[in-house]
Design a binder for this molecule. Structure first.
Ligand code: COA
Ligand code: AMP
Length: 634
């Protein structure tokens, strides 16, 4: 048992929450400015499992920006945009954020956007992306940010589901060594989609000037300059703030909904108890606004708490060197850094001795938080040793919006045991269930599930799809939220995440669906059947590996087909899929009932020794796959 096994402050908070969850959340809700306080803290009869802060009225933009100006923080930077990709650093104070956000809100309103309308935001890591998100929140519009590394076809799926009135985009994104024009992708997506937005607001970056489509496209800067500042619009706590699409097990992404009130209360609460930061501190989540970590901890939570947030347009290595993270932390006085383990693996790979650290003063940096994928203990230990600060792994999902388990800096519960994701956050009654839905004792592995209701800030539903929410998350274990992760809770209450129980993989901290890649491979005219699994990767944690069986009579060179398959996935899903490895095989391992044994393929790819499953039709196939992958089957 380690010395934090019993932590009075954490246990006291957990006890208070368990004794009276509504009182706990009513207290947390005092951290938010309400226009009208909630009539009910929790209403179990609403939505798939209940709704929080029903009847309350507030505005998320006001809570994140305006109220800090009113409280005297107007001159403090709200956002520091640090872009090694352009060599620029821009600081926007809370007053500047308020004024620009109000104008962009006015520009959106001018284009007809009203409370409840959707706005898709397809932008690189530039301050205007944050401003557009807050501008939507200001007028009660629902934003849906789409990650820049997705291809046009993926963007089109999201346009069709969210049916936006307006799309906000930019002329280009910047990746090391290349400029990515966004406008052709946007135009292609709009051409593919059945729903057409009325207007697009396009930010022209100096690297590329995009031709604008007359009558539909408007220049972002001109529209902002010409707009009348828009006052904040009161919204219900239960009104959606945003939709964020995430990978499910099929090619159709899930539209995770986040509401206004619960989100603001929960995120504000985490900044002190979990991340241990105070108003005025500098907080840096090195992620992307296209992911949930970016939504929660680049955009909303730091500003809800009156901190300064860093928005970084660069990489951990190569922009220009593996000292980039240390430079940013030291230059801006970062107190807490949050990133994905893959970023640290990249730094460790290029600078194993962390020699670049000596160039920078990191005395303000207190804690490193990691999430997004399982953190291998050697990386956590390396980071802790080199930085000389506690490293906290914490586990969460797009659906929850904040950590299900964590080390709690503000409650003295840190660091966590290397390899563990910490303990359940107050609000989450986390248990391990067997496949029949029975709670397992400590130390036994099974399905990680949260007893309903989920706490504030978690998705109340999927966009226009209550039934989909029930089927995806509740149907397997009625009364519980099925996380889709397997794990163990040990005798101290520390949680060990073992990986997904479905076909979702995690590539460089990016959540991807192998099912959607299989759909793309299967659409190739020469492919009879296929399987995609996530194989272990030193840098990215996992990378997709595709196995394809060709149709009878196909005599083309396998390497040509493989090249086409790699290009097809990049074209349909996007570069973010990192799909670079496909192999042609004679047949796939299957059960006697014909189900493809993807787990067996993954184990062979990872070099794990395992006996063939009892249900396998012909164990000899495993040897064939092992031979193709150059690994023994058992
Ligand atoms: N727009 C367009 N393309 C993008 C993109 C974007 N916003 N983001 C990534 N891509 C491209 C990359 O250029 C790369 O293209 P390539 O195949 O031509 O090289 C591809 O998508 C895969 O990107 P990525 O998986 O990020 O790999 P990488 O080699 O560029 O970088 C890391 C690897 C580890 C440095 C990087 O993934 C990283 O910093 N990750 C950690 C932080 C993080 O973002 N976590 C997310 C959740 S917390
Ligand atoms: P996303 O919805 O993109 O945040 O991805 C969520 C998934 O990432 C989870 O279901 C986990 O499989 C994985 N994940 C996130 N954080 C962690 C962590 N700290 N440890 C292990 N897996 C994690």
């Amino acid at each position: 048992m380690n010395d934090i096994a019993h932590n009075p402050r954490y246990e006291e908070i957990m006890l208070a929450w368990r004794r009276d969850p509504e009182a706990y959340w009513a207290e947390a809700a005092k951290g938010i400015d309400w226009i009208r306080p909630p009539e009910r803290i929790f209403a179990p009869e609403l939505g798939p499992y209940g709704r929080w802060f029903v009847g309350g009225e507030m505005n998320t933009c006001v809570n994140a920006i305006d109220r800090h100006v009113a409280a005297g923080r107007g001159d403090q930077p709200a956002l520091i945009w640090d872009s090694p990709m352009t060599g620029r650093i821009v600081k926007l104070t809370y007053t500047e954020m308020r004024d620009r956000t109000a104008r962009v809100a006015g520009a959106l309103a001018q284009l007809g956007v009203r409370r409840g309308d959707r706005v898709v935001i397809y932008m690189p890591m530039v301050p205007e992306a944050a401003i557009a998100m807050f501008a939507c929140a200001r007028i009660g519009a629902i934003h849906s940010v789409v990650f820049g590394g997705f291809a046009a076809a993926e963007l089109a799926k999201r346009i069709d589901d969210a049916t936006p009135k307006v799309i906000v985009s930019a002329s280009c994104g910047l990746e090391p060594g290349r400029v990515i024009p966004y406008k052709p992708l946007l135009d292609a997506a709009i051409a593919f989609s059945s729903h057409k937005p009325q207007s697009c607001l396009i930010l022209q970056r100096e690297q590329v000037v995009a031709p604008l489509t007359p009558g539909r496209d408007h220049d972002f800067a001109e529209a902002e300059a010409a707009a009348t500042p828009h006052d904040p619009v009161p919204v219900l706590a239960t009104d959606p703030l945003y939709i964020l699409y995430t990978s499910g097990t099929t090619g159709k992404p899930k539209g995770v909904v986040r509401d206004n009130g619960g989100h603001a209360v929960a995120l504000h609460n985490t900044m002190r108890i979990l991340y241990g930061v105070d108003p005025g501190d500098v907080f840096w989540a090195a992620s992307d606004i296209g992911w949930v970590v970016g939504h929660s901890y680049i955009i909303y939570a730091p500003l809800l708490a009156g901190c300064t947030s860093i928005m970084y347009e660069g990489k951990p290595v190569g922009t220009p060197d593996p000292g980039a993270f240390w430079r940013v932390c030291s230059q801006h006085g970062v107190r807490a850094l949050f990133t994905a383990p893959t970023a640290f693996r990249a730094i460790k790979q290029q600078d194993p001795e962390a020699s670049y650290l000596a160039k920078y003063d990191l005395s303000k940096l207190e804690t490193l938080f990691l999430a997004g994928e399982r953190c291998d203990p050697p990386t956590a230990v390396w980071a802790a040793e080199k930085l000389g600060i506690p490293v906290v792994d914490h586990w969460w999902q797009t659906e929850t919006g904040w950590a299900i388990t964590a080390g709690f800096k503000g409650l003295g519960l840190f660091p966590v045991k290397p390899g563990s994701g910490g303990r359940a956050s107050p609000g989450f009654d986390l248990q391990v269930l067997n496949d029949d839905g029975h709670v397992l004792p400590p130390g036994e592995s099974g399905n990680l599930a949260v007893k309903l209701p989920l706490p504030p800030g978690c998705a109340p539903t999927l966009w226009n799809n209550d039934e989909g929410f029930r089927n995806s998350y509740i149907a397997d274990f009625p009364g519980w939220y099925r996380t889709g992760d397997a794990g163990i809770i040990d005798a101290d209450g520390d949680v060990w995440i073992m990986g997904r129980t479905d076909d979702i993989i995690n590539v460089a901290g990016h959540r991807l669906s192998t099912g959607s890649m299989e759909e793309v491979l299967a659409s190739h005219p020469d492919v009879a059947e296929c399987a995609v699994v996530g194989a272990k990767d030193e840098l990215k944690g996992q990378v997709p590996l595709g196995l394809v069986v060709l149709k009878a009579g196909v005599s083309r060179a396998p390497e040509d087909i493989v090249r086409e398959l790699v290009a097809l996935v990049r074209d349909r899903i996007g570069p973010v899929a990192a799909f670079k490895d496909a192999r042609v095989v004679a047949r796939l391992p299957k059960t006697r009932s014909g189900k493809i044994l993807r787990g067996s393929i993954r184990r062979i790819a990872d070099g794990e020794a395992a006996a063939p499953p009892a249900t396998i039709d012909d164990p000899a196939v495993l040897d064939e796959i092992g031979a193709v992958l150059g690994r023994p089957a058992a």
